[in-house]
Write a protein that binds this ligand. Sequence first.
Ligand code: SF4
Ligand code: F3S
Ligand code: FES
Length: 241
Amino acid sequence: MRKLVFHIFRYDPQLEGDKPRMQRFELNETEGMSIFIALNKIRAEQAPDLKFDFVCRAGICGSCAMVINGMPTLACRTLTSTFDTPEITLHPLPGFELIGDLSVNTGKFMRALSERVGSWIHDENANNISIDKLEERMEPALAEQIYELDRCIECGCCVSACATKAMKEDFIGAVGMIKLGKFELDPRDKRTSKDFYQVLGNEDGVFGCMTLLGCQDSCPKDLNHQTQIAYLRRKMLMALN
Ligand code: SF4
Ligand code: F3S
Ligand code: FES
């Protein structure tokens, strides 16, 4: 097994006088070692104050996203053996508030985005709920389409991988389009095409996307952003007529 050399971004914005820097750690690689395992070992043996986030360790919660050798991705699903080189560089996801070291506040970002795009079912009659009423039927193919978008784990990789988002802070990005797109498809959401156009039909929405596709390249859930963005663009153009 190899000796791995980690170069890890360190900076605590809460600590007065602290400065951003890279810190070097050496570690013996073990079989099946993920970046998650490596970071835990480094924290246990060499740097007890190292900050990084994990919850599920199974590619489900989205909290362990970071930039690994230049690519935003999930640390719990990335094996050290993926890399031919023993040198591994870790940075926090750009585009989010830095909590410290490799930990960023994606939760705050995603909540603000959800509120901005209204990512919930809008139905004026939703309060008139009757337990005796039968659930409305939905075609399985449509349910499947909505489910596909619902697989987004809000990890933030697509936000960090998008140069448009880096240049335009208010751009809703791929995750915003995924979030809103599933409600646009859902017949239980009573918003009209014009309502969706208010949010998406502008330069901060679908018309600001330059089809750079860093979002699709970096999405750990392999969502098809290209198809989704093209679909929403068509729908927004149709809403104008
Ligand atoms: Fe992560 Fe993909 Fe969702 Fe973007 S669309 S937040 S990359 S799961
Ligand atoms: Fe950005 Fe993806 Fe569009 S990377 S520019 S949101 S195709
Ligand atoms: Fe949950 Fe990695 S720890 S996705």
